[in-house]
Design a protein around this ligand. Structure first.
Ligand SMILES: Cc1cc2nc3c(=O)[nH]c(=O)nc-3n(C[C@H](O)[C@H](O)[C@H](O)COP(=O)(O)OP(=O)(O)OC[C@H]3O[C@@H](n4cnc5c(N)ncnc54)[C@H](O)[C@@H]3O)c2cc1C
Length: 488
């Protein structure tokens, strides 16, 4: 049943599970755990629709690269699935097998741990059962780039698709306008005793449950942990430690332009780095999209430039002409877009500000920062792609200078794939959650969503985070069954 917490504060005395955040991760967990027979509360901070009031609670500052963190996330029922694009590409074994450069380890589990949950995750986002992630085109011959493989979800809007289930699943209480503002931790027992929730008039209540799951997205998951005075006092969370660290995005780099050599092959092409590329260059993975600006003309730029010269105003100086041609794009030119892996680094992080939001929760600053290893990845992908185009006589690539010259400031944008702020590791020295997504040092606090990613790879994050959510639901179901002897 979906209830509005602003009007109706009818919490049960205790739940088996309290899940915070009703985006793809939270909704998936809530429905599966309730369907298994448990009493579940799903607390969603926003309402049924977008509201500036709720969205305003995502306000944060930035000291790093521009992330657009307030615009790209959505704070209402269904979360950011209300405007995701639906592109799905699964992780592969090498994402889990290869450690990132530097002192941080990669995943503490093999890919086989989540592979079995792919079919369930595909079904959740309406991908046809058993469909193969098919190639969109042929690869490039050098062995560095294979054709990208992905499927497109409709895209699934979780609030709409699962509205009936959220309303009618027995044992499930969904409260909208119900904001988590604190987690109360008891050091002696190692248990979170309650999640404190608030309506928009700052009326607070304690939600008691056996287990708590944070599913509020990568920035807010870290923010919730960092805001809990009791977790800080118990040493579970350290403001200077790993909670909030290793924030990762997928890098959206405009590599440059290309001109096709002939008017053949004018379809958009999508390539993906091979494992051989990663091994040879000790670089991250990446997707490269080569798309024409509009219908190709043979040597489109040349034709356009000729046309332009015929009409050139004579008073234009030589320097400005050169600059004009350097930046000039025209029909027949193509642009090269990317989605590139960022490696985890400790400087890229979420940290608390002194300023509080209207519900009394400290706001955060996001310092999204790249490392030299990321510049290396960008350079290797750009230069190898340009070489491949030339070797295969496909056409000419003009790379932007910041791609191959790492002293030139990078121009790029984010992809709105927030990851890594509560990373999974084998020990608290290197992460925030263990292999079961449980926060180190606690008995009953779990995290869902891409904040647990130890490495981001270059796969779109939503389907993989759903694989982890289904895995977590199975794990918690089994755990609670054996603890209570329940036969649900
Ligand atoms: C424009 C755009 C396009 C995208 N396209 C793709 C794509 O093609 N493929 C892909 O894989 N991914 C894509 N993504 C990313 C995708 O949307 C996210 O990976 C996904 O939504 C994350 O799910 P989540 O449940 O972890 O978090 P969210 O969807 O962010 O949900 C978090 C929920 O928690 C709630 N919440 C927050 N704070 C509180 C609180 N204190 N108390 C209670 N509730 C709270 C929020 O209101 C929200 O409902 C895209 C994102 C954007 C912005």
């Amino acid at each position: 049943m979906i209830k509005d917490y602003q009007q109706q504060k009818t919490l049960r005395d205790g739940y088996d599970f309290c899940i915070i955040g009703a985006g793809p991760a939270g909704i998936t967990l809530a429905l599966r755990l309730a369907a298994a027979g448990w009493n579940v509360m799903l607390a969603e901070g926003g309402g049924h629709e977008y509201s500036p009031h709720s969205q305003g609670l995502y306000q944060c500052t930035s000291t790093g690269l521009e992330l657009y963190a307030e615009e790209t996330r959505l704070r209402y029922l269904g979360g950011t699935s209300n405007h995701w694009a639906g592109r799905c590409r699964p992780f592969t074994p090498s994402d889990f097998a290869i450690a990132p450069p530097g002192d941080l380890p990669g995943w503490p589990i093999p890919y086989s741990e989540i592979e079995g949950y792919l079919a369930a995750a595909m079904e959740i986002v309406d991908l046809p059962s058993g469909a193969a992630f098919h190639a969109m085109n042929t690869g490039l011959s050098g062995g560095e780039f294979e054709p990208d493989r992905f499927l497109l979800s409709p895209p699934t809007r979780f609030a709409q698709k699962y509205a009936t289930a959220l309303n009618e699943t027995a044992g499930l209480d969904v409260f909208i306008n119900c904001n988590c503002v604190d987690l109360e931790f008891d050091k002696a027992s190692g248990q979170v005793m309650a999640a404190v929730v608030s309506d928009y008039d700052r009326h607070r209540q304690r939600v008691q449950a056996r287990h708590f799951i944070l599913a509020t997205g990568a920035i807010e998951n870290a923010r919730q942990l960092l805001n809990s005075e009791t977790l800080l006092a118990a040493g579970i969370v350290d403001k200077q430690g790993l909670t909030g660290c290793c924030f990762m995005e997928h890098l959206n780099i405009d590599m440059g332009t290309f001109i096709l050599k002939s008017d053949q092959d004018k379809e958009m092409r999508q390539y993906y780095t091979t494992d051989a590329f990663v091994a040879e260059y000790q670089a991250g993975k990446g997707n490269v999209t080569a798309a024409l600006l509009s219908d190709v003309q043979t040597y489109g730029r040349t034709a356009e430039v000729k046309h332009f010269l015929e009409n050139l105003a004579c008073d234009m100086g030589v320097a400005s002409k050169i600059e004009f041609f350097a930046k000039f794009s025209c029909p027949g030119d193509g642009v090269i877009g990317t989605m590139i892996e960022q490696f985890p680094n400790r400087q890229s992080r979420i940290s608390l500000l002194d300023e509080k939001d209207e519900l009394g929760v400290a706001k955060v600053n996001v310092n999204w920062a790249l490392s030299d290893t990321d510049r290396h990845t960008i350079k290797c992908i750009g230069t190898e792609l340009a070489k491949q185009f030339a070797d295969m006589d496909l056409g000419y690539v003009k790379l932007n200078d910041f791609v191959y010259d790492t002293s030139v400031p990078l121009k790029m944008a984010p992809h709105a794939h927030h990851m890594g702020t509560t990373r999974m590791a084998a020990s608290p020295e290197f992460g925030v959650v263990d292999a079961d997504c449980k926060v180190f040092g606690t008995q009953n606090l779990y995290i869902a969503g891409s904040s647990i990613f130890a490495k981001g790879g270059a796969s779109n994050p939503t389907m993989p985070l759903l694989q982890f959510a289904v895995r977590l639901a199975d794990h918690l179901n089994e755990k609670l069954k054996s603890a209570t002897g329940a036969t649900v």
